[in-house]
Structures are given as C-alpha cells and as structure tokens.
Design a protein around this ligand. Structure first.
Ligand code: PBG
Length: 325
C-alpha cells in the first residue's frame, strides 16, 4: 500500500496543516540563558568570539535578567569571573565571591527568575583547571570537598538550582549530602553528567578566562568517541541524587541526548555551547546562513532528539522569535 494511496505531501500543503501535525514544539519554557558575571559596575565587555554576548557586571546583569524574565525565559545560569584567581579557586566559595554577590542582587531585583549556578573551579583557579591540582593532574577526592563548599555557598546566596560541571567522580553525592546537611534539601542538582572534552568550548574559555594553563581536560571530561560511557556517567549521577542530567555539547552529541532520554526518566538538559553559537553567528554575519532559521532549526533538533531543556546563548533571540509565531 504505497504510492499513490499514500502521499505524505498531503499533510504538508499548507501552514495550518503543517502546524496541526508538527511533532516538536520548541517553547520559551525550554530555554536557559547563560550569563558571565564580572566585578565592577557598568561593565559590559563584549566577547569577540561570541558576537552579541558580553561579560556583565552585577548591575548590568540585573538589567539583562529583567529583560530575560520579561521575555518569559524561566532561568539563567551564572558563570563568575573573579578579580582574583588562586590555586584553590577560593573566590568560588567565598561569601562575598562574585557569584554570591550576583545571586543576592538578582534574587532581590528579579524575583521569579530561576537562578542556576555552574559549580566548577576553572574560572576561579590560576591554573585554569576544574579542581585542586596535584602532580599536574586534578586530584579528584580533594576537589570534592571544595565543590561541596561551593555548592552550599551558592545555595546560601540564593541559587535555585546548582549545576556541577567539573566531571569529578562522586561529586553529585557529596554535593547532595552537603546541601541536605546545611539546610538546602529542596535545592535541585542539574548534573553536567555527560560532558565531553570538546573543542567547542573555545569561545567560552575566552568569555570565562578559564583556559587551562597547562595540559587539557581530557583526564576528567569524556572522550568524544564514547556513547556507552555517557550512559554509565548518567546512571551514576542519578544514583548519587541528580534531579536532572545534562549532555554537553548538543549538536555533535544528539545521539547521546536520544539515548539518555530513552534510558532514564529524569529531565534531560542539553547545552548548546559557545562554539556552536559562534559557528552559526560567524556564518550569519557573513551572510552565508539565515540566522533566525538555523537557530530555530538547531534548537528544534536538540529538542526533537530528546532534550527537555536547552541552555543556549540564543535564548533571548529564540524567545523573541517564538513570541512572534
Ligand atoms: C566549566 C564549564 C565550561 C562550559 C560550561 N561550564 C567550560 C569547560 O569545560 O572548559 C562551556 C560552555 C560553553 O562552551 O558554552 N565550568
């Protein structure tokens, strides 16, 4: 029973027909906007490899977050770039650290916007690695203590959700325990569970000033060649108490998003990372791609693969477009 009985084009003839049978609906509710916070005031430092994105001081971040909330985007994820970096990344868990100050200001000025924080050390350490370095490698177990301190400090300052991105073994468990012990049993953990050692983080490292000063992150982030291992990482994080899990980057890893979605029953997030944004921007600025179209196509593809949430630098642009359709 094929052609001419079946003619798939029948359901594509007009926009109302296409709308009626559309399988994937991208929504503003799916989007989270990443923000880079720097000390000082009235600062908006453009990031050259991410046109349209800037490092913002807290006062500017407040204005930005009002716009983000007014566009209907449910939340932002904050990355801090401190004045002072040291071997332990101590600004990351200081009560008056850059993220803690941003959280306090945003909680007060922009109620109703979810504040997520990236729990990691690479933006705070002078060597640019994601934890305590011993013998030219990140010491897993020593790093767990300070990760737990960082997560609790974020929760105390007003974080609604903490998102550990360091890829240390056992981090979700120690963070859950520490949050519970310190009076934050209600704060969810969004684990960057399958985070790959990716070249697509390049522009982020300019934005967060977090390029490793020696070596690379391959002893803790995952090998891009591995899919089964991603499922084991996700399983461990859920066992340790992750409420939601993330796959990162997004477009080169749609198969992983799909497999995680099919295997596990927790919300799945995908991070459409800095390099993915930069590629589309660069092509659009050259007039080689229609930016609005490819942005929505990329985000729809990530959602169709199985992501419930998408962290993307295009969140505001996408929200504006979705509001119009
Ligand atoms: C680590 C972290 C990174 C990103 C998010 N959290 C960078 C890294 O692992 O080197 C990258 C996000 C992006 O590229 O947009 N704190």
């Amino acid at each position: 029973m094929a052609f001419p009985t079946h003619r798939p084009r029948r359901l594509r003839r007009t926009e109302p027909l296409r709308r009626m049978v559309r399988e994937t609906q991208l929504s503003v509710n799916d989007l989270i906007m990443p923000l880079f916070i720097v000390p000082g005031s009235e600062m908006s430092n453009p990031i050259s490899s991410m046109p349209g994105i800037a490092q913002l001081s807290v006062d500017r971040a407040v204005e930005e977050c009002r716009q983000i909330r007014d566009l209907g985007i449910p939340g932002v994820i904050l990355f801090g770039i401190p004045d002072h970096k040291d071997a332990l990344g101590s600004d990351a868990y200081a009560d008056d650290g850059i993220i803690q100050r941003a959280l306090a200001a945003l909680k007060e000025a922009v109620p109703g916007l979810l504040l997520l924080t990236d729990v990691c050390f690479c933006e705070y350490t002078d060597h640019g690695h994601c934890g305590i370095v011993k013998a030219q490698d990140v010491d897993n177990d020593a790093t767990l203590d300070i990760l737990a301190k960082e997560a609790v400090s974020h929760a105390r300052a007003g974080a609604d959700i903490v998102a550990p991105s360091d890829m240390m073994d056992g981090r979700v468990g120690v963070i859950r325990q520490a949050l519970d012990a310190e009076g934050f049993p209600h704060v969810p953990i969004l684990a960057y569970a399958a985070k790959f050692a990716s070249g697509f983080y390049g522009p982020f490292r300019e934005a967060a000033e977090s390029t490793p000063q020696f070596g690379d992150r391959r002893s803790y982030q995952m090998d891009p060649a591995n899919g089964n291992e991603a499922l084991r990482e996700v399983a461990l994080d859920i066992e340790e108490g992750a409420d939601m899990v993330m796959v990162k980057p997004a477009l080169p890893y749609l198969d992983i998003i799909r497999r995680v979605r099919q295997r596990f029953d927790v919300p799945v997030a995908a991070y459409h990372v800095s390099g993915e944004y930069a590629m589309l921007k660069a092509a659009a600025l050259n007039g080689w791609l229609d930016e609005e179209r490819v942005m929505l196509e990329a985000l729809t593809g990530i959602k169709r693969a199985g992501a419930d949430l998408i962290l993307t630098y295009y969140a505001k642009d996408a929200a504006r477009l979705l509001g119009r359709t």
